[in-house]
Design a protein around this ligand. Structure first.
Ligand SMILES: [Zn+2]
Ligand SMILES: [Zn+2]
Length: 78
């Protein structure tokens, strides 16, 4: 299961080039993470690195199920 490049690009634009994570178990805690991301750094674990994550494993490869996460959050959600 993988998102198409088109879906990922739309999700990245929706996220305003920021991490969309708002999990309370993470270090950003009460507020959305909002870490600034760099488009060309997908899959990179350096600053500005990010990855597209499925909100729900059964939700399919749709835009609504695509969450843009910084490298730190992506590692934390597994
Ligand atoms: Zn994050
Ligand atoms: Zn997070």
């Amino acid at each position: 299961m993988a998102f198409s490049d088109d879906i990922v690009r739309q999700a990245f634009e929706r996220a305003n080039e920021q991490c969309e994570c708002n999990r309370r178990t993470h270090s950003h805690f009460r507020t959305p993470c909002g870490k600034p991301l760099v488009w060309k750094n997908r899959g990179v674990s350096a600053q500005g690195g990010w990855e597209a994550h499925h909100y729900s494993t059964s939700g399919g490869d749709t835009l609504a199920n695509c969450e843009i996460l910084c490298a730190t959050c992506y590692k934390s959600v597994g």
